[in-house]
Design a protein around this ligand. Structure first.
Ligand code: PMV
Length: 318
């Protein structure tokens, strides 16, 4: 049997992180500059359920049954078995490679889950639909993060820009005109579960204040949707910066991210914000095309450990 393979992108949340957990709308785009890739090769001589895993980025080169049951890869395989009502899986080797930086707000856990689930469906001759992949990856995310909104698995499984509201069907986002983003890593890794739990604790203590912050962010997402769908795109920048200010107020930014946001704006970005859970990880800036080099240089000078440019294409072209 030839090897099967599947890939999944990373993602950037342009608007609405954290508020989305509380039912507010959010906007996310896939970014293919970082991605996960799963390859599965049958082991005709192996015993049923003997699955060898190779994942160099997380130092794994061992059989699946040697992993703890709550390991995300073990959960992903178990979800697929359950979905397809299979007692056993044919023996195989599953190799997973990912360039999505871990714990950095670019959706590494959803990206690896989507690549593995999709590859397993192909390997078993029962390819999953995008919605099935999204739901299975959501189940993996829930075991890892406790209370995820579902935005990461959705934008990554569908691999298209989304306007997302928790517990509602996926809403594709039409992109009227292309725009350019620069994504920069602060080099600080942070746990999404920890930041989400801290926001929950703060919300429980100061519910009215946090509800106001979430509502303001939701309003920004709604306005941003209209700008992305109808233009003018350039006005998005102000909304991104306003979203960052609200995230600062929420307590999820950090000096390193604030420094990168300020550096991008000083170098000519139209707007900038942290993206993902915060307390580290990445930020994203909306940039005029002629300023990308200046902004990237400024971000590196301000401490970014990695930067990349993501062109968001007009709908029908990505
Ligand atoms: O840090 P990331 O890439 O896992 O993004 C988290 C986004 C949050 O809104 C903070 C949490 C969620 O489940 O939506």
């Amino acid at each position: 049997m030839p090897a099967v393979s599947a890939s999944a992108p990373g993602k950037v949340i342009l608007f609405g992180e954290h508020a989305v957990v509380y039912g507010q709308p959010a906007i996310a785009v896939p970014v293919n500059q970082v991605s996960s890739h799963a390859v599965i090769l049958a082991n005709p001589a192996g015993l049923p359920d003997q699955i060898h895993l190779i994942a160099p980025q997380i130092n794994i080169d061992q059989d699946l049954d040697a992993l703890p049951e709550d390991h995300p890869l073990a959960i992903a395989v178990m979800q697929v078995k359950r979905q397809l009502k299979l007692g056993h899986l044919p023996s195989c080797t599953l190799q997973l490679n990912s360039t999505v930086p871990m714990s950095s707000g670019l959706g590494s856990s959803a990206s690896t889950a989507v690549a593995v689930i999709r590859a397993l469906g192909l390997f078993l001759g029962q390819p999953f639909t995008e919605e099935e992949v999204s739901q299975l990856a959501y189940a993996v995310e829930k075991k890892q993060h406790g209370n995820p909104s579902g935005i990461d698995n959705t934008v990554i499984a569908y691999n298209r820009p989304v306007y997302f509201i928790r517990n509602q069907p996926m809403l594709p986002l039409k992109v009227a005109l292309p725009f350019t983003l620069i994504v920069a890593n602060s080099g600080i890794s942070s746990s999404t579960a920890d930041v989400v739990a801290a926001v929950r604790a703060a919300w429980e203590k100061e519910t009215a204040h946090y509800d106001r912050l979430f509502t303001s962010i939701g309003n920004i997402s709604t306005q941003a949707r209209s700008l992305i769908e109808h233009g003018p795109i350039m006005k998005l920048g102000h909304l991104m910066s306003a979203n960052h200010t609200l995230l600062q107020e929420m307590g999820v930014s950090c000096p390193e991210l604030d420094r990168l946001v300020a550096a991008a704006l000083e170098a000519g970005a139209l707007g900038a914000k942290l993206c993902g859970a915060g307390w580290g990880g990445n930020m994203v800036a909306l940039t005029p095309e002629d300023k990308t080099q200046d902004i990237q240089a400024a971000l590196k000078y301000a401490g970014a450990t990695q930067t990349f440019i993501a062109e968001i294409l007009a709908s029908g072209r990505n």
